[in-house]
Design a protein around this ligand. Structure first.
Ligand code: SF4
Ligand code: MG
Length: 327
């Protein structure tokens, strides 16, 4: 369905480089990484909420970047987004009913009475009640607001939904309810999801496959259970070892197994972008950029360690990394 997204630029920063993935109809692909790694940018780019300056994106075989305004309008009915923050993403001056049906109104679908009926049905479907239709966002809890955000995304009967950290801003007790709801809706409406998250524990329960991003690149992609059982990229390993530390804080997961901060995407390290933090880094990792190596049938990892014949294996370890990471 959604076939590919490649590099795109924002201002002078190339936030996402050579990102390439496919999402099959009816599946959930997780896109995981630390803050600033380009995952939201990627999500927005595939919906053309942001312009891509190079590369290609196809949706059901159609080239998204070549669409004219009319085609884009049609595409926008088929692809929707649920945002991270249910507090800032709902207009406080609009009622729940108007928020949910705004897309129908903009696209000139249904009259007022029909839209109201549709909003009532959707409220019920996401676990709220049709009599809450005239309430304002401040009258709902965070979890309820996210249910409204989900109802809004469903109003146009989309096929594809980008879920941009849909539970990160919610209490842990509410997160599972929202994830279950998303799961049920996917089965009922045959939805395809791109699920953006900053920790792997959330994606485990909902995703079929996961793509791990670091500094604007996908470093590993494959079936979620295989990646959990046996991560091939050292960054994925670090993300996995941070899983038990997940908190409800708004900051990203605790990456204390890694030294240093995420380098600036304006000036990414040469060679493997992860070499400044990688516990397995060797001199060869400074010199060239690892391609995406196939690992088995359905997985890829961009790390020289996936190639048993690579000069990496004869090259000197970057001692500094190993020491700091062990400490
Ligand atoms: Fe680490 Fe080298 Fe693999 Fe990059 S290529 S992830 S620096 S071992
Ligand atoms: Mg984000």
């Amino acid at each position: 369905m959604l076939d590919r997204v490649l590099g795109q630029e924002t201002e002078s920063v190339k936030a996402v480089d050579g990102v390439s993935f496919e999402v099959a109809e009816g599946e959930t692909l997780g896109l995981v990484g630390e803050s600033g790694c380009g995952k939201s940018t990627t999500g927005e780019t595939v919906l053309r909420l942001r312009e891509a300056t190079e590369g290609w994106i196809t949706f059901d075989g159609d080239d998204l970047l070549a669409m004219d305004d009319d085609e884009l309008t049609q595409f926008r009915k088929r692809a929707q987004i649920v945002f991270q923050d249910p507090f800032s993403s709902l207009d406080p001056r609009m009622t729940a009913g108007d928020i949910i049906t705004e897309g129908l109104r903009i696209h000139g679908i249904a009259d007022r009475a029909e839209r109201r009926e549709r909003a009532g049905d959707l409220l019920e479907r996401v676990g709220l009640s049709a009599d809450q239709i005239d309430r304002y966002p401040h009258e709902f809890s965070g979890g309820q607001r996210q249910r409204i955000g989900i109802a809004r995304a469903l109003a146009l009967d989309p096929e594809f939904v980008v879920l941009d950290e849909p539970v990160s801003a919610l209490d842990v007790s509410v997160q599972a309810q929202i994830l279950n709801l998303l799961d049920d809706l996917q089965a009922e409406f045959g939805l395809t999801y791109l699920f953006i998250a900053h920790n792997l524990s959330v994606v485990r329960h909902i995703c079929d496959r996961v793509a791990v991003m670091y500094l604007g690149e996908i470093v590993e992609i494959g079936p979620v259970e295989e990646i959990f059982a046996d991560p091939k990229h050292p960054y994925t390993e670090a993300l996995l070892s941070s899983v038990p530390r997940v908190t409800t804080e708004e900051r990203d997961g605790d990456f204390s197994t890694l030294r240093g901060d995420v380098p600036s995407p304006r000036n990414p390290p040469a060679g493997c972008r992860f070499h400044t933090r990688c516990p397995e880094a060797r001199a060869a990792c400074r010199e060239s950029t690892p391609p995406a190596y196939a690992v088995g049938d359905r997985r890829q990892a961009a790390c020289f360690r996936a190639d048993e014949d690579h000069t990496y294996w004869e090259s000197e370890p970057i001692e500094e990394n190993a020491r700091t990471n062990d400490a």
